[in-house]
Design a binder for this molecule. Structure first.
Ligand code: C2E
Ligand code: MG
Ligand code: MG
Ligand code: MG
Length: 291
């Protein structure tokens, strides 16, 4: 009954609704069915070790294959999913799908050492740890292959509960990364209190490092701090050879960005997992630096 009332209240405002409102309403209706209709997909973006050219891992990024509108990027539907209370289900699906994909790769003789999945703050509920555990057991994926990308907002909600949940995940062997590092507002003290394994330097810093001394100093400091804390560090959004050189010269060894590949569908990603795929590109990059 509540649903019917909700529908009627939409109808009342129908005449006043502008194009954006209508578009949003259509998306909401469609998003409710997207999971059962199998319209969500994961794209994969490689994280490349700049010393060896190896693909150390991949970030799995959600896309919505809308039957009429085509490929819809996350910024258009993740916030909607969060508002509509669908993100938990969708996020769990992403973790399961990424784990299943690791096993499919394995069957094809391809090794993806690590897969990173984004976790929304609203998905990080008391039952989250149990769900991750179930997924790992169901899919028989080694927990050390799974990395969860959390934002500062996710871990800062209820810090006591977060520390416990993250510790459990860490004890299972799951890796824990802080996404978009440096863009939140939390104090740095959480870095030593939470059992993290990685910092991802936000793209905005990588871009700015090219342009200003101050931002360059920030990136250098983040890399040094990660080192000091024993955390891995991934530079996100590296697009140019200048950015590549800046990061690698300051000790950043893992890079994720369009320079190497945009997020791609799984079949295309399989090609990137071939040994030596990035080695030649790195030789070119490093050769150019010496000229
Ligand atoms: P994010 O987790 O920070 O993911 C990185 C974003 O940067 C991706 O955008 C990726 O395509 C983009 N990116 C990577 N390298 C470059 C580059 O060199 N240049 C540029 N311009 N962009 C680059 P995408 O795939 O559109 O995802 C946007 C955001 O949506 C993600 O940011 C994440 O916060 C969210 N998201 C995506 N998939 C999921 C999911 O399964 N669950 C949740 N909760 N959030 C997701
Ligand atoms: Mg991410
Ligand atoms: Mg990020
Ligand atoms: Mg980001």
């Amino acid at each position: 009954h509540a649903k019917a009332a909700g529908k009627n209240s939409y109808l009342i405002y129908d005449s006043e609704m502008d194009a954006a409102g209508l578009d949003r309403l259509t998306l909401e209706t469609d998003l409710r069915r997207a999971m059962e209709r199998d319209e969500l997909v994961l794209y994969y973006q490689p994280q490349v070790n700049t010393r060896t050219g190896a693909v150390e891992g991949a970030e799995a990024l959600m896309r919505w294959m809308h039957p009429e509108q085509g490929l819809i990027p996350p910024f258009r539907f993740i916030p909607l999913a969060e508002e509509m209370g669908l993100i938990g289900e969708m996020g769990d699906w992403a973790i399961r799908e990424a784990c299943m994909q690791v096993q499919r790769f394995r069957e094809q003789g391809l090794v993806l050492p690590r897969v990173a999945v984004n976790v929304s703050a609203l998905q990080f509920t008391p039952s989250f740890v149990r769900k991750v555990k179930d997924i790992l057991e169901e899919t028989a994926v080694d927990p050390s292959v799974l990395q969860l990308e959390l934002t500062e907002g996710v871990v800062m909600g209820d810090t006591h509960a977060s520390v416990n949940a993250l510790s459990e995940l860490r004890e299972m062997g799951v890796s824990l990364s802080i996404d978009d590092f440096g863009t939140g507002y939390s104090s740095l003290s959480y870095l030593s209190r939470f059992p993290l394994t990685e910092l991802k330097i936000d793209r905005s810093f990588v871009i700015a490092a090219d342009k200003s001394e101050e931002d360059a100093s920030l990136v250098i400091a983040i890399i040094a701090m990660a080192r000091g804390l024993g955390l891995d560090v991934v530079a996100e959004g590296v697009e140019t050879s200048e950015q590549y050189h800046f990061i690698s010269e300051h000790g950043g060894t893992v890079i994720q960005g369009y320079l190497f590949s945009a997020p791609v569908p799984v079949d295309e990603f399989a090609d990137l997992l071939r040994p030596w795929h990035f080695v030649r590109q790195l030789q070119d990059l490093d050769g150019n630096a010496r000229q």
